[in-house]
Design a protein around this ligand. Structure first.
Ligand SMILES: [Zn+2]
Length: 61
């Protein structure tokens, strides 16, 4: 899944560049104010994201 993180300081929303395959905790630096944001992905969120994919990867033949 792809995560979108909203900065608690400035409210800037940014997409996490890395793919998230399992529940984990990692840190992202805000592109706007450079504060460190703690991102926690739970199994539940992961399942929800997989159950309702918003964007399908485009497949080309
Ligand atoms: Zn920020």
């Amino acid at each position: 899944m792809r995560a979108v993180v909203t900065c608690e300081c400035c409210g800037n929303r940014q997409a996490v560049a890395r793919q998230i395959q399992r529940a984990e905790i990692f840190f992202v630096v805000c592109h706007s104010c450079e504060s460190v944001l703690r991102v926690e992905v739970t199994d539940e969120e992961l399942r929800a994201a997989q159950a309702t994919p918003r964007t399908r990867p485009a497949t080309r033949v």
